[in-house]
Design a protein around this ligand. Structure first.
Ligand SMILES: N[C@@H](CCC(=O)N[C@@H](CS)C(=O)NCC(=O)O)C(=O)O
Length: 236
């Protein structure tokens, strides 16, 4: 079978094997859930602008994920990719549910993850993400993150205990929502789960020990662990 779709994703520049971007994992979860075949194109930070621009000249500001739909035509942005495949493959399991209220709720949950869960994870993975890069990519990563955070390199990771506390507080609401043993919106997974699962993939692939402590063992029960185990069905 010919594979037309290509997914440009981000890998570490030392081994080129660790796919750690949360935005990419949102798209991968969505594609895998719908059992859509695609070819993966692993890129380092510094390769993103050149390779994506050459392959998909229509993409103005290249970021990952970008899904190449056909030669020369790329679709960037994880949410745009999810919407595109939902429309193109309506007979496959749905990401956004059957009605607009389910989609809206999941978008709301996405904002929650982005604003409350990502910041402490971003600080906790910072040093490990830096160590996963070769010299040139490490320089780029450091400079771009100093600029976006407004802080010098040695302060970006912040205080580990404070990060863990902040993460646990934000995760508390999610933990409550998962007490039924279902997915976020019920018996089937959806976009909300894949957004959360993608942030867990990011954390675990960069800082597995902190992920274990900060997510899997954050509460005195098996809820987060069981959720993480269920999620593995879509990790490939
Ligand atoms: N809104 C976008 C975010 C895309 C994005 O910022 N991707 C990051 C990786 S998580 C990226 O391409 N970074 C390139 C860089 O930092 O140079 C999405 O969800 O796809």
């Amino acid at each position: 079978m010919t594979v037309d779709l290509k997914l440009f994703e981000l890998v570490d520049s030392k081994t080129r094997k660790v796919s750690f971007s949360p935005a990419v994992w949102r798209a991968k979860f969505a594609l895998n859930y719908k059992k859509i075949t695609y070819e993966s194109v692993p890129l380092t930070f510094l390769e993103i602008p050149t390779v994506i621009t050459a392959a998909c000249p229509n993409v103005i500001s290249p970021t990952v994920p970008t899904l190449q739909l056909e030669p020369g035509n790329g679709l960037p942005d994880s949410f745009a990719i999810a919407e595109y495949i939902e429309e193109q493959y309506p007979d496959r399991p749905l990401l956004f549910g059957k009605n607009i209220s389910e989609k809206n709720l999941q978008r709301f949950f996405e904002s929650y993850v982005q604003s409350k869960i990502h910041p402490p994870i971003r600080r906790m993975v910072y040093n490990d993400m830096y160590s996963m890069q070769d010299e040139k990519n490490a320089d780029y990563f450091r400079t771009s993150r100093e600029k976006s955070s407004g802080q010098p390199h040695h302060l970006i990771a912040g205080d580990r205990n404070q990060n863990l506390r902040e993460l646990k507080e934000s995760l508390g609401l999610v933990h409550t929502a998962l007490q039924s043993g279902d997915w976020i919106l019920g018996p089937q997974p959806g976009w909300a789960d894949f957004v959360l699962g993608a942030s867990f993939m990011w954390f675990n692939s960069c800082s597995p020990n902190d992920f274990k402590e900060g997510i899997l063992e954050a509460f005195d029960d098996q809820i987060m662990l069981n959720y993480w185990k269920k999620m593995q069905e879509y990790v490939y």
